[in-house]
Design a protein around this ligand. Structure first.
Ligand code: G4P
Ligand code: NA
Ligand code: NA
Length: 191
């Protein structure tokens, strides 16, 4: 996606080792026009998959997730990382290990929002090792739904998430794929 690629080139800051800071349009300040285009692009790519719901994870997945859900005309759910005080109903819980942060978090989704047979599109801002995406997929499958695909805004292709998710049988669509972040320079996967 060219617009996103330009945004990464112009505004992305490489924080060594292997971390890209994009807090001017995705992780802190958010660009609604770019997010609208992200939603449209995922909708084009996953047209015909019969998607009934979008599932993402707080906090940075919410913007691309809601814009995708708007275009697909379906609801969006975000998995929570902390148990909400008002979330008293039955919940699905999955453990997600972050290699970046070296910690395990529990993510939760209320059981009432995913029905058996639901076709769920998972959306997230970054794909690194794929732990978050696998956790979300396990929740969909626990609920008796199926994963229609996984839409990623920025993939770090030098980490194994994409390969592992594809080996597990999931369709992964990443809007930009980063090959390297060496010496402060963003290298893109040529495709
Ligand atoms: P994984 O799910 O693919 O295995 O990724 P990982 O554990 O490494 O990611 C942990 C957090 O760090 C996630 O955000 C993820 O989006 C983010 N992240 C990973 N690599 C990068 C990167 O190069 N740049 C930026 N900006 N973020 C990265 P999170 O903790 O869930 O936070 P948030 O969604 O509240 O922002
Ligand atoms: Na993030
Ligand atoms: Na995220």
């Amino acid at each position: 996606m060219e617009l996103l690629r330009q945004k990464v080139i112009n505004e992305g800051i490489v924080l060594g080792p292997g971390v890209l800071k994009v807090d001017s349009f995705l992780n802190h300040q958010m660009d609604p026009f770019l997010m609208r285009e992200v939603g449209r692009e995922f909708t084009r790519r996953f047209a015909g998959e019969g998607i009934t719901k979008v599932l993402t994870i707080e906090s940075s997945g919410i913007a691309p997730g809601i814009m995708t859900a708007l275009e697909l005309e379906v609801p969006m759910i975000f998995a929570r990382k902390q148990k909400s005080l008002t979330l008293t109903e039955d919940i699905y819980v999955e453990k997600v290990y972050s290699f970046t942060k070296k910690e395990t978090n529990e993510i939760t989704v209320s059981r009432k929002f995913i029905a058996p047979g639901e076709r769920v599109l998972i959306v997230d801002d970054f794909l690194a090792n794929g732990e978050a995406a696998f956790g979300l997929a396990r929740i969909v499958e626990q609920a008796g739904g199926s994963v229609a695909g996984i839409g990623i805004v920025i993939e770090k292709a030098f980490q194994p998430g994409n390969r592992l998710l594809k080996e597990a049988g999931y369709r992964v669509e990443s809007l930009v794929r980063i090959a390297s972040l060496d010496d402060g320079v963003v290298g893109f996967v040529e495709e």
